[in-house]
Design a binder for this molecule. Structure first.
Ligand SMILES: [Zn+2]
Length: 335
């Protein structure tokens, strides 16, 4: 019995000493050293990190989203490996540098949509909704190429320049070829832009005498001109003005369209018919005051300036159309 007790005492003493020694050693280590992760990429040591999980989380997020719009995913050749080690306290950790080295070897894939005519990619838009809108708008307008239109989901390493829905629709629209219309449009000849209008595009820069004098539809500054360049055009002019600024009828006439909601690139918009095939269009409105069928007089407030539809700021998109052919509004109003 006594012998067992003595044995236990010795054993206990030893345990106590061992524990103390362990504490001392751990204390010494944590005083001079700290736990860090050495990070290797392939076989190359690329640095040290104190916070492995935060670093890896950041890398994961980058792989998922990249940094920027339209990124579909990022392909990373190799992921870093971490190894726990104790290093002297003054060791420099370099999470930022590690992160950059890891993503440097990544390939970013962008996702966007191509609008195609006869399977040929014509324009690029950012989202599926925009692509759908371009095609729907052209179908609604009964564009003669409506059955040859398509969209293509693209995954590319390079990001293309995007075109607005409004511009896509205006540029791709082709007049239905049901019957030949006698047009009052003068043919533009010889100039570099002649080709654009020769094949039934619905825009022109030639001045047509409409026999009506327009007034400015709203006060504000001209922010975008009318025009076609290599077949891409802006169907009207943009006048930047504060939200809520009154929009006035450029001339008297009948409102033939006034609708809120999902109306393609124009947002809430309104069309006034002035007779003799002359129409004016007022797009991106905040509120619509005149209603379809209403007769309006020149200068009457018909809507207010807004930022609806495909628009990136408060402005009025103003179009002048003669027999469905857009004209340069600056031929009729000055800004
Ligand atoms: Zn515009």
């Amino acid at each position: 019995m006594k012998k067992t007790l003595a044995h236990f005492r010795t054993w206990f003493k030893f345990l106590l000493l061992a524990t103390l020694a362990a504490f001392f050693i751990v204390g010494a280590i944590t005083f001079f050293y700290k736990p860090v992760y050495s990070v290797t990429l392939g076989d190359e040591l690329i640095g040290y990190s104190e916070n492995k999980s935060a670093l890896q989380e950041r890398i994961n997020q980058y792989i998922e989203k990249g940094n920027g719009e339209n990124v579909a995913f990022v392909e990373i050749g190799e992921l870093p490996e971490y190894k726990l080690c104790f290093s002297k306290k003054d060791i420099v950790t370099n999470d930022e540098e590690i992160f950059n080295k890891v993503i440097e070897q990544g390939t970013t894939y962008y996702k966007y949509y191509a609008i195609t005519v006869d399977s040929e990619e014509k324009y690029y838009v950012s989202s599926f909704e925009e692509a759908e809108q371009v095609i729907n708008d052209l179908k609604e307008k009964n564009s003669s190429n409506k059955d040859r239109l398509g969209m293509l989901e693209k995954y590319e390493v390079e990001l293309k320049e995007f075109t607005s829905v409004e511009t896509c629709v205006a540029s791709l629209y082709e007049k239905p070829v049901v019957k030949t219309r006698t047009t009052t449009t003068k043919k533009s000849s010889g100039s570099s832009s002649a080709g654009i209008y020769a094949t039934g595009s619905n825009t022109t820069t030639a001045k047509v005498n409409i026999g009506i004098s327009f007034i400015r539809p709203t006060s504000g500054v001209l922010t975008s001109r009318y025009g076609a360049r290599w077949g891409r055009g802006h169907a009207g002019i943009d006048i930047g003005a504060a939200r809520g600024t009154p929009i006035k009828a450029a001339a008297s006439g009948t409102v033939t369209y006034s609708q809120y909601g999902y109306n393609g690139g124009y947002g809430n918009y309104l069309i006034i018919s002035h007779g003799n095939g002359v129409q004016t269009v007022y797009g991106h409105c905040n509120t619509l005051i005149a209603t379809t069928g209403q007769k309006v007089s020149q200068g009457q407030t018909i809507a207010t300036v807004g930022n609806t539809g495909n628009s990136t700021g408060n402005h009025l998109h103003f179009e002048v159309r003669v027999n469905g052919v857009t004209q340069n509004p600056l031929n009729y109003v000055s800004y």
